[in-house]
Design a protein around this ligand. Structure first.
Ligand code: PMP
Length: 459
């Protein structure tokens, strides 16, 4: 049964569409799939072979009018849900004034207001400044560029199973070949890789730190390293929280060698883990933070928040882009941040995480004893792994894929993750009701039973 979880402090303004739902599309999923296959590059994969027609909070309807519960949230973008009324209203109000001037031509207040807000939210007492861009990868690219300019050093250290984006520099940082990096090299030089602590692989924090010290002796001259970049909870890599002692040790290593610490909070930020930024749980203050996704409630917006002295290392004209800090996206972000704060969604995330963790454990024990293991995460940033059996614990990507497919058939959108494709992550909006989450988890349980029952069948 569902245990009572923290209710939002203030009820969301309304979770009903402002106007009557538009008439359903006349297209079918099959027809759109055929058109998609003919027209869209196949490298852009989609997890679900359905096409969105409309969505509201944690629910989505496809073009054939079928309802789905959305546990993917557009890949962790929708902590405030689809079409949060305040976010939509703020975006519409901005659209009625102007939609684009380019901040580099004629600047505007929403960019400044958002920068002020982010500077105040970021941990640490040092004065902060913010750069706004459009995508997460662009934020990471800029964080590295700022760190290089500020330190006058070229090197960057990133970790195994990390994900930082699909552009060429960020692919160099990303620690997983298939599907992201396959055949796409060479990648930029002066990027070094260190192991992540991983209890399942028997890599302790001490092991990981020893490997880093070895890297400093063998390949990565410490006074030529500009930055260490880390996701405080690895996202695409499998929702693996970095042990706090590791983050603290990295802070000390950075201080010792004059290296900047970049926290990539693109997936873990804005309430997902029960804090504004996941790194806050460890007490570590990074020099730079990359942000995107749930910051703007569904609009394309990303940024770098950092120590003012570091951020100002690049001279005027060195940062930016035509669309960076789009005014509609900034207005949406200010409203999304207000909603996260005003509706108590950080506390809600912690409570939701506890409830989901307990339910996942029940589902695993009841439906798939010895096949589900390592329910892990921080706050409501949770994942679970599927294995072939408890003793050998071999990753079972086929079972995971099957659970996702059966869940979709039953009306639940799920996404996998992890180095071996055998983890399921839950990114349901923090504004979803307990009842809806329970409905989704019940579908997950049924889908897991379906997947086990049909295991080994080819149909
Ligand atoms: N860093 C992290 C931690 C991410 O999770 C992602 C996206 N999944 C990115 C960077 C890249 O963001 P984008 O897809 O917006 O380029």
């Amino acid at each position: 049964m569902v245990t009572a979880t923290a209710k939002p402090k203030r009820k969301p303004a309304t979770r009903k569409p402002a106007a009557a739902a538009p008439a359903p599309s006349s297209a079918t999923n099959a027809a759109l799939l055929a058109r998609r296959e003919a027209a869209v590059a196949r490298g852009v994969a989609s997890a679900a072979p359905i096409f969105a027609d409309r969505a509201e909070n944690a629910e989505l309807w496809d073009v054939e009018g079928r309802r789905y519960i959305d546990f993917a949230g557009g890949i962790a973008v929708l902590n405030t849900g689809h079409r949060h009324p305040a976010v939509v209203a703020a975006a519409k109000a901005q659209e009625d004034r102007f939609t684009h001037t380019s901040f580099q031509v004629v600047p505007y207040e929403p960019y400044i207001a958002l920068a002020e807000r982010l500077n105040a939210l970021a941990p640490g007492d040092a004065p902060k400044k913010t750069l706004l861009v459009t995508t997460g990868a662009e934020a990471v690219e800029n964080a590295v560029k700022i760190a290089r300019t500020a330190t006058g050093r070229p090197g960057v250290i990133a970790f195994n199973s990390s994900y930082h984006g699909r552009t060429l520099l960020t692919l160099g940082l990303t620690g997983k070949i298939t599907p992201y990096k396959k055949d796409a090299g060479p990648f930029p030089p002066d990027i070094f890789r260190a192991p992540m602590p991983d209890t399942r692989a028997g890599i302790t924090v001490d092991d990981a730190l020893r490997a880093l010290e070895t890297l400093f002796l063998t390949d990565a001259q410490p006074d030529r390293i500009a930055a260490i970049i880390i996701e405080p909870v690895q996202g695409e890599g499998g929702y693996i929280p970095v042990p706090f002692e590791m983050l603290r040790a990295l802070r000390a290593i950075c201080d010792r060698h004059g290296i900047l610490l970049i926290a990539d909070e693109i997936q873990s930020g804005f309430g997902r883990t029960g804090a504004w930024f996941a790194i806050e749980h460890s007490g570590v203050v990074p020099d730079l933070i990359t942000v995107a996704k749930s910051m703007a409630g569904g609009y394309p917006l990303a940024g770098v928040i950092g120590r003012a002295d570091v951020m100002d290392a690049i001279a005027p004209g060195g940062l930016g882009g035509t669309y960076g800090g789009n005014p509609v996206a900034c207005a949406a972000a200010l409203a999304a941040i207000d909603a996260l704060e005003g509706e108590g969604l950080l506390a809600r995330s912690t409570a939701m995480g506890e409830m989901q963790r307990a339910r996942l454990a029940e589902i695993g024990a009841r439906t798939a004893p010895y096949r589900m293991w390592d329910i892990r995460g921080l706050g409501a940033m949770l994942a679970v792994e599927f294995v072939t059996d408890f003793d050998t614990a071999q990753p079972d990507a086929a079972l995971t894929k099957s659970v996702i497919a059966h869940a979709l058939k039953r009306g639940l959108i799920l996404l996998g993750c992890g180095m071996h494709g055998n983890a399921l992550r839950i990114m349901v909006p923090l504004t979803a009701s307990d009842a809806l989450i329970e409905e989704g988890l019940a579908i997950l349980e049924a889908a897991l039973a379906d997947a086990i029952a049909t295991e080994g069948h080819t149909a």
